[in-house]
Design a protein around this ligand. Structure first.
Ligand code: SF4
Length: 307
């Protein structure tokens, strides 16, 4: 078996779905987050950067069309041809009145060569009306919701200040399923005081639901976040490269075979990443994962449902 088919990666999914190379353009819709504006808390999730975990998004002072043009130009220096996904990543991108959401996502759907809209949000910020609208939009252009979940472990949910219970996630997934909207779930590997078993439990938990994709994100300690402050005050163990590779490969083995893995490491920013520094060398991480998959002669879904 060759590397390319040991797990479902996003590039392959996009090429099969859209018949082209897909470039994700991060746009900033000017949103905030209930976990930061005082509605739920002021602190936010402890790992979240001041840009709402959307550090590669466009300039929020510009309108969507301008942000798109600027990002597209930059991207075209690297990739000449392809189609685009409008990616709303920073903060909570459904946390606004429905009329505003209709306006901004309809604008995004009309951008040239955009074939899909990806919307990152919290499961407690999607109402039935929002889901209905997105389902309608989904008839015109591919719409996918990315849910920040991170972990299923109760103690970790408290520690990271996620501010919603697992049941909220479950209800949201069921509602989005009802409206046939694809879901990608964000998980974090390496949260403080979690061991391999805890991380695999999170993967098993999300695998029970009807989701189309997952992001396996290595925990990044970003400068000046609450997580960074905790790390300085009371240092906790971070994953080594070898441990991360072992855990990711084990996650791949227990994931359902049909789920698309949209992220398998993370894009750290050299200027703000405190730990783990080894993750800045993405090529080494990806090669290590592929090598381990080969060594174990394993693949996505090999152990799905067995534990
Ligand atoms: S929900 Fe998202 S934007 Fe809000 S604090 Fe958590 S990570 Fe940041």
């Amino acid at each position: 078996m060759n590397n390319k088919i040991r797990y479902n990666n996003a590039n392959r999914f996009f090429r099969e779905k859209f018949g082209d190379k897909i470039i994700k353009v991060a746009l900033d819709g000017g949103f905030t987050c209930p976990n930061r504006d005082g509605t739920l808390s002021y602190g936010g999730c402890i790992f979240c950067s001041e840009k709402g975990s959307g550090d590669f998004a466009g300039d929020r002072s510009l309108d969507i069309e301008n942000q798109f043009e600027i990002s597209k130009k930059k991207m075209n220096e690297k990739w000449k041809n392809g189609k685009y996904i409008a990616y709303f990543q920073a903060f909570t991108n459904t946390y606004a009145p429905l009329d505003y959401l209709k306006e901004i996502f309809t604008k995004a759907s009309n951008l040239p060569d955009v074939v899909g809209i990806f919307i990152a949000t919290r499961p407690d910020c999607i109402t039935e009306d929002i889901a209905k609208f997105l389902s309608k939009l989904n008839e015109k252009i591919y719409v996918c919701i990315e849910l920040g979940f991170q972990t299923s472990k109760k103690e970790s949910i408290q520690l990271i200040n996620r501010c919603y219970e697992n049941e909220v996630f479950e209800n949201c997934v069921k509602m989005l399923n009802k409206y046939n909207i694809d879901i990608i779930v964000h998980t974090i590997l390496g949260l403080p005081y979690e061991d391999k078993k805890d991380m695999l439990n999170t993967i098993k938990y999300v695998s029970k639901f009807n989701i189309s994709g997952i992001k396996l994100q290595l925990l990044h300690i970003i400068k000046d976040t609450s997580l960074h402050k905790l790390y300085v005050k009371k240092p906790f163990k971070t994953l080594t490269l070898e441990e991360y590779i072992d855990i990711v490969v084990s996650c791949i083995e227990i994931l359902p075979p049909n789920i698309v893995i949209h992220r398998i490491t993370g894009d750290g920013d050299k200027a703000t990443l405190v730990e783990p520094k080894w993750s800045l060398n993405k090529k080494v991480v990806l090669n290590g994962i592929n090598k381990e998959l080969n060594t174990r002669n394993t693949f996505q879904g090999r152990l799905f449902g067995l534990f």
